[in-house]
Design a binder for this molecule. Structure first.
Ligand SMILES: NC(=O)c1ccc[n+]([C@@H]2O[C@H](COP(=O)([O-])OP(=O)(O)OC[C@H]3O[C@@H](n4cnc5c(N)ncnc54)[C@H](OP(=O)(O)O)[C@@H]3O)[C@@H](O)[C@H]2O)c1
Length: 359
């Protein structure tokens, strides 16, 4: 397989660092350009990261001395060095929209972890096991942007990454309503225990914008392609509360749901066990072999024990049982910076690569 050259925009951030580590030794992709803000630009990667490297493995040696470019000013240079970019930056919303469109219009595909284009109807938001067919809107998007090659594809919010895959295999049973309370790790805010000491012995009952994303983004994922755009699904009705908890990595969710057609616990577990999608069928390098891992033990899954299952790319669930208000309830977990962010972006890039979008 051909090797594709990749850039990381936001390479010094929490998600950017994850991209740097998971792309080390990737069979298809090789990092050839790094970019961040003017604060980091001009420095070798290791210097720009001084005191900020938050991953458990060291900075990949092949990247340590690469220069960091200014993502906004050096766009032509970055584009000349890559076949596509991953983008995860912390900037004003309008600046992110403009930055991503600027790269796409320079004929550079953008795989984004930012939220700004998630609502754009011709920008696909793909979880490869669930809605791979949404890639079809890229053709329409390219026409809108006036590009031959450039486009934007986005990764969904990390809060819904555990429960949407678990609900998905039940959708043909008519899922009518979902209630999801999430317990989210501090790396989701780009923080560590050193940079967020106020979280120790504490829970913060508000994460700005997260509940809206948890309730609305699944409807795009469950939407269908019509006339070159994604038409959102009308159901299920979803309500959520999102809390920040003192956990380094791994977002949990306590989920309740109701079905139109009744199903037994055994039938739901069987559907979870057998669930696979294009990521597995196409044998994408980062795809988990078993997407949903179910634990019979009442005290699992736990972030500390289970977030890294299948390299942090699988999700895990437990405690499925009948409920008095809804039909069923369960708990689930996904690694927020792996499957929920960089790993999910990488898997989407592998799918689009396999479909020829980076050629
Ligand atoms: N953390 C997660 O689990 C997670 C999950 C899903 C999505 N996301 C999304 O991913 C994005 C990044 O999140 P993060 O947690 O990685 O943030 P972060 O740790 O704060 O990192 C932000 C990155 O953006 C760069 N940046 C800031 N201003 C810039 C500018 N003017 N031009 C170019 N680059 C600039 C920073 O570069 P400097 O170091 O040079 O300032 C840094 O590389 C956000 O949109 C976030 O919502 C995060």
């Amino acid at each position: 397989m051909k090797q594709y050259r990749v850039g990381i925009i936001g390479c010094t951030g929490m998600v950017g660092q994850r991209f740097a580590t998971i792309l080390e030794n990737h069979p298809w992709f090789k990092v050839t350009a790094l970019a961040a803000s003017a604060r980091s630009a001009g420095k070798p990667y290791k210097e720009a990261l001084e005191g900020r490297w938050a991953m458990s493995s060291p900075i990949p040696p092949a990247l340590a001395d690469l220069p960091v470019y200014d993502a906004q000013k050096d766009i032509d240079q970055v584009v000349s060095l890559v076949d596509f970019v991953f983008c995860a930056v912390n900037m004003k919303s309008e600046e992110i929209m403009a930055l991503e469109e600027a790269y796409a219009k320079k004929e550079c595909p953008v795989i984004s972890n930012n939220k700004q284009h998630r609502g754009t109807p011709d920008v696909p938001m793909i979880i490869p096991e669930l809605n791979a067919d949404h890639h079809k809107v890229i053709e329409h998007q390219r026409k809108r942007l006036g590009t031959k090659r450039g486009f934007i594809a986005v990764k969904c919010n990390c809060s819904l990454q555990s429960y949407v895959p678990a609900i998905h295999p039940l959708m043909d049973l008519g899922v009518t309503k979902v209630l999801a309370c999430t317990y989210q790790a501090i790396s989701g805010a780009g923080k560590t225990f050193e940079t967020m000491p106020q979280i120790l012995d504490n829970v913060i009952p508000y994460i700005g914008g997260e509940e809206e994303k948890s309730e609305q983004e699944p409807l795009k994922i469950w939407g269908h392609v019509e006339d070159g755009v994604i038409v959102n699904a009308c159901s299920p009705s979803i309500t959520s509360q999102c809390l920040r908890v003192p956990v380094s990595d791994g977002h949990m969710a306590a989920v309740f749901f109701s079905l139109e057609k009744k199903a037994s616990v055994e039938e739901i577990l069987e559907r979870w066990k057998n669930f696979r999608g294009p990521a597995q069928e196409l044998e994408l390098p980062s795809a988990p072999r078993q997407f949903i891992h179910y634990f019979e033990e009442n005290d699992r899954p736990q972030p500390k024990l289970d977030r890294d299952i299948e390299g942090g790319m699988a999700i895990s669930a437990g405690r499925l049982r009948p409920d008095t208000q809804y039909d069923y309830k369960f708990v689930c977990l996904s690694h927020n910076t792996l499957r929920g962010a960089a790993g999910g972006g990488l898997l989407m890039a592998e799918l689009l690569c396999k479909l020829g979008y980076f050629d």
